[in-house]
Design a protein around this ligand. Structure first.
Ligand code: PSU
Ligand code: MN
Length: 308
């Protein structure tokens, strides 16, 4: 048993699935604690888990509760995360702090990747990844998600990245770090609320078997690190580009005017966008996460079948 296993607790369902060799899909908890209002956050988390189960994989929502990394949450733990309002935002840097203090922690993309890898889970479904912020040439604000993708071997299924980021620089950074960006369903990288970022992904692979073969080849070669799999929000749930652009510009200006910095930047921007779009962005967010969950479950099944 490794020293890490002291800090990890699997739910019964996750432990049983792993013992039986069934594919798992990791899910993050920042989206529950910070990304959506209660009760939609908890309802969505449960709906996403159910979608993954329907497709034959086992969901493992990850968070830090009671000084342990939880791989798979009980209904009570989901509810706690959804209601508490006090969960810490936990990236790689913050994991030791919440484990040591025993406080509640909602894991980001980077934090969830660390935990998924420790638990032996290859596929992780999220909404949107963090990235290089606009103006990063002076602020140095580059999400730890990108460094995590560079070194931790987990496939991250997402609806691209929000345009609060400099998506072009985000893709450049991933290229430098050797992280492949795959797109499913279209040639271009997705932009979260809208389908098209205007920038090409590295490779378009629509089928789960193709995606799995690509990812397995990378890891079999010992090329450690993540893979981004972008899939666009379903057409009927996408938001108009002009509307989201205007709101993004306003949120960025407010952040600059208020001198928001460090780990508070992303939550501030996300909260402002949520407020400025009224309830509409929530429906888009829910639709894209559910769609990502289906893509991720199919990938997990294909990856499990692709071991040599
Ligand atoms: N982008 C989104 N939604 C999110 C996040 C980013 O569209 O919920 C969250 C994720 O948890 C991501 C984190 O890992 O913000 C990145 O924060 P930062 O930029 O501080 O690294
Ligand atoms: Mn940052």
């Amino acid at each position: 048993m490794s020293a890490a296993s002291h800090w990890l607790v699997r739910s019964e369902a996750v432990a049983a699935a792993q013992a039986a060799g069934r594919p798992l899909v990791a899910l993050e908890s920042t989206i529950i604690a910070h990304g959506m209002p209660y009760p939609e956050n908890v309802q969505t988390a449960r709906a996403v888990e159910a979608l993954i189960r329907e497709l034959g994989a086992e969901p493992a929502t990850i968070a830090v509760v009671g000084g342990r990394i939880r791989i798979g949450l009980s209904d009570e733990q989901l509810e706690l995360l959804g209601r508490s309002g006090t969960a810490h935002k936990v990236s790689r840097r913050d994991l030791p702090a919440v484990l040591a203090s025993g406080e509640l922690g909602a894991t980001t993309v980077a934090g969830t990747m660390v935990c998924a890898a420790l638990a032996g889970i290859e596929v992780f479904v999220t909404g949107g990844i963090g990235g290089v912020h606009r103006g990063a040439e002076t602020s140095f604000d580059i999400s730890a998600d990108l460094q995590e993708l560079a070194k931790t071997s987990v496939a991250v299924v997402c609806a691209g990245a929000k345009s609060i980021l400099d998506i072009g620089l985000t893709l450049e950074y991933l290229e430098t770090q050797g992280v492949p960006v795959l797109s499913c369903g279209q040639d271009n990288f997705a932009a979260f609320y809208t389908r098209d970022s205007g920038l090409r992904a590295d490779y378009r692979l629509d089928g789960a078997a193709q995606q799995a073969r690509f990812i397995r080849a990378k890891w079999d070669l010992g090329l450690a690190g993540g893979v981004v799999l972008s899939t666009p929000v379903p057409e009927d749930a996408a938001m108009p580009r002009a509307e989201i652009d205007a709101i993004t510009t306003q949120a960025l200006a407010e952040a600059a005017a208020q001198g928001i910095s460090g780990k508070a930047v992303t939550p501030f921007l996300l909260a402002r966008i949520k407020a400025l779009t009224g309830g509409r962005s929530l429906a888009t967010n829910i639709a894209l996460v559910k769609h990502n969950a289906q893509v991720g479950a199919r990938l997990a099944l294909a990856l499990a079948a692709s071991r040599f």
